[in-house]
Every structure is written in C-alpha cells, then in structure tokens.
Design a protein. Structure first.
Length: 404
C-alpha cells in the first residue's frame, strides 16, 4: 500500500502580527504546499491520501480555502484516490463545526469522532490495506483516543491515523496535550504504520517503532525552521519505506552571524553581513524568511541595540537578497577589549574586575536582591546577568582608541 501522509496544514492561519502582504503570501504558500502533495499522490498513483488533523487553523474558513480544499479533494477523486481525514483540535468534527459541514466528495472518509473506525483501502475493486482512524469531536479532547483502537492483527497493511500528543516525542512540550497517548497505547494496536499529526516537528517518534509525525507542510513562525512537507510511504507487511518530500515554498531561517572585531563602519558591516549570508543560503533569497542574530565581539555593541540601526541594516540586506521577511536582532554582543593588562591593576577598573570575577567564579558577594528564586537558581540567574559585564565596564571606563 502506498500513500501520502500529511498533517497540520493549518490552512488560513491568520498570522496576526505580520504585515498584510506577508500574511497573504504565507496563506498562499500553505495551499501551494498542499497542492504539491496532491500532485505527488496523482503522479505516483497513490492508493490513499492521509490527513492527520489540523487541516485548517480555525472554524473561520475563507471562501478561497473552502473552494480550494473541495477542489483538491475532487482532483484526488478524479485520480481514483481515497482520502482519509482525521480531525484535530483546530478542526474538530462535531456537528456545528466546519469539518462536519463541508460537502466533501465521496472519496473522502472523515474520521470526526473519538470512536475508531476501520476502512478498507481498495484499488480497482481489490483491497490493498486498511486505515483505522479516529478524530477529535471538539476543540479540547483530553482523553486518549489511541486507547480504544482495535487490537486484532490484519492480513493486509494496516495504518493507524490519529491527531495526538505522544508523550515524550521531540518538541512535545511546545504543544498542548490534546488526545494524549503513550507508546504502550500505540503498541497495543498492531498497525504497520502510525500516521500521526499535532506536533509540528517532523520525526519518527522512536527509532524502533513505526510512528511518524510529518510535521507541518509550511513553517508558520520563526521557530518552525527548515524544509517542510509530507511523507511518501510504501508499506508491505512489516517493511515500511518512508520518504520525506519537501513541498513548502517558503522557509524560515534562524541564523546567528559572528561579527568581525575590527569593523567600525556601517558600510563595511553591511558588506560583511552580505558576504556571510551569501555563503549561508542554500538557495535564492526569495525563498527565506530570516531571523538574523548578530553575535560576537564588536566595537558596535551600543549602536547595535538601536532599533533604527537594526532596521536600516535589515532594509539593505532585504534589498540585496529579496527576502520576503527579515528581522535583525542583537544577540550576545561583547566589546573586543583585552582585559589582561587591567586585572589586578590599582585602578577603578581593576577593582571592578576583581568583584566580577568573584560573581562568576567564587562565592557570591552578599548581594541583597529581592528575587523569588530558590538559591541555586538565583546564583545561576545572577551569573547570567553578569555575563559580559566586565567588557561592558571596561568599554565605559576606557576611552575608545585606547583599548589596544
Ligand atoms: Mn493540533
């Protein structure tokens, strides 16, 4: 049995907080990515097309997306491909919700409630496998849906389809524990492949167990970096072949660039950043939404805290590379000063360095700070606060040009 497995399309995500142009581009990109998966299924003559929930972001579906979705399902129907769609917490299936109300074509099996259903997958009248699925009826399913999946073995390839938070999966902490399940619960149902949805980070949950999250089909924010897409799965009894197919047209990048110690002019700085970006980008800039962190030792620490300056650098780099979105942020920036000659010197700076050395290394001086932390956390927090403070102090006390 061969099929497409995708999840978390989140069509019509509003992308509040972004400009109108970028919001529209991101919504279009998600639809385009979905179409790529449909194209792939048609090209490869898939037996089934599996959607593991959160197909759309909320119950307010745009007319464009409604027509788009029904059209894509229609394309699969024309190609003779069955669609299996299990609803998630963003697109629940109870009466009154959109997933329930839409006039899905006949090739679509909608799993829209918690009770699992088993459906035969057939090609030209012959059975090639089974899909068992369950859906979220409401937005807040807190019970395990996996627990009630069937326990009997099947003679043909059998796939479990579910939107679920699997305990201890990578990045699970970043998602709400809707319809939570454990490995034991999943293992109790002898399927050949678990097609999961909900966690946006692509992964095989355990190396020795056939449960997969394809991740979302288009990154939605600067934390959802890297290529996004769907899985193409070929399943014979006991030997799954799982291939990731990238389909997102926009990709979020989170980059840190270490600044040169000797650059003090803005033109030189921008030229340097341009060269670095050029080397870092895997392909043309118009594909990337970039968050750029400036880090390292630079004489420009204070200048690079100014929003106006960061904006100017951003505008120039955006012009050079054609990024749809770029944000420049100051990361950990330190002054390039050699402190050795000042340590133990009979000077104000010498005294300060001695105190800071104690904060970092030895016992903390008795600082009366009203912090609501327990002791070990408090010490770590104070040390973190004081990081780079030596260089900051030195930069204030030594006039510029006198630091070599
Ligand atoms: Mn979800």
């Amino acid at each position: 049995m061969k099929f497409v497995h995708l999840a978390d399309a989140h069509l019509d995500t509003p992308f509040y907080g972004q400009g109108e142009d970028l919001r529209r581009r991101l919504r279009e990109a998600a639809r385009k990515s979905f179409s790529q998966a449909v194209d792939w299924a048609l090209d490869r003559r898939a037996h089934a097309f599996l959607i593991a929930g959160d197909l759309f972001d909320n119950d307010l579906l745009s007319f464009t997306t409604e027509r788009f979705l029904l059209g894509e399902m229609g394309r699969l129907q024309t190609g003779g491909i069955q669609v299996f769609y299990a609803t998630g917490n963003h697109d629940p299936g109870q009466a009154g919700y959109r997933a329930h109300a839409l006039p899905w074509p006949e090739n679509v099996t909608l799993f829209r409630e918690g009770k699992p259903q088993i459906v035969e997958v057939h090609v030209e009248g012959k059975p090639v496998g089974y899909v068992t699925g369950a859906g979220h009826a409401t937005k807040g399913e807190e019970e395990s849906l996996a627990a009630s999946f069937p326990r009997e073995k099947r003679d043909l390839p059998h796939v479990g389809l579910l939107h679920t938070q699997v305990a201890f999966a990578k990045e699970s902490a970043a998602h709400n524990p809707y319809a939570p399940s454990t490995r034991e619960e999943l293992a109790a149902c002898p399927v050949d492949y678990w097609a999961l949805g909900h966690i946006h980070t692509r992964q095989q949950v355990w190396p020795d167990f056939c449960a997969y999250y394809p991740g979302n089909i288009q990154g939605r924010n600067p934390r959802e970096t890297g290529p996004k897409g769907f899985y193409w799965v070929e399943l014979a009894k006991g030997s799954p072949k799982v291939e990731f197919v990238p389909s997102a047209s926009l990709e979020w990048l989170d980059l840190a660039i270490e600044l040169p110690e000797d650059e003090v002019a803005v033109d030189g700085l921008i030229e340097f950043l341009g060269r670095k970006l050029e080397a870092e980008l895997p392909s043309h800039g118009s594909r990337y939404l970039v968050r750029l962190w400036l880090v390292g030792r630079t004489p420009l620490v204070r200048e690079l805290q100014e929003e106006e300056n960061l904006q100017m650098i951003g505008d120039e780099l955006q012009g050079m590379f054609g990024f749809p979105w770029l944000e420049v942020r100051p990361g950990s920036l330190l002054y390039p000063i050699d402190l050795a000659p000042y340590r133990d010197s009979p000077s104000v700076l010498g005294e300060l360095l001695a105190i800071m050395g104690e904060i970092q290394g030895g016992d903390l001086p008795d600082l009366e700070l009203e912090l609501a932390f327990n002791a070990p956390d408090r010490v770590r927090y104070l040390r973190e606060l004081a990081r780079g403070l030596e260089l900051e102090a030195a930069a204030r006390l030594i006039p510029r040009g006198d630091d070599k």
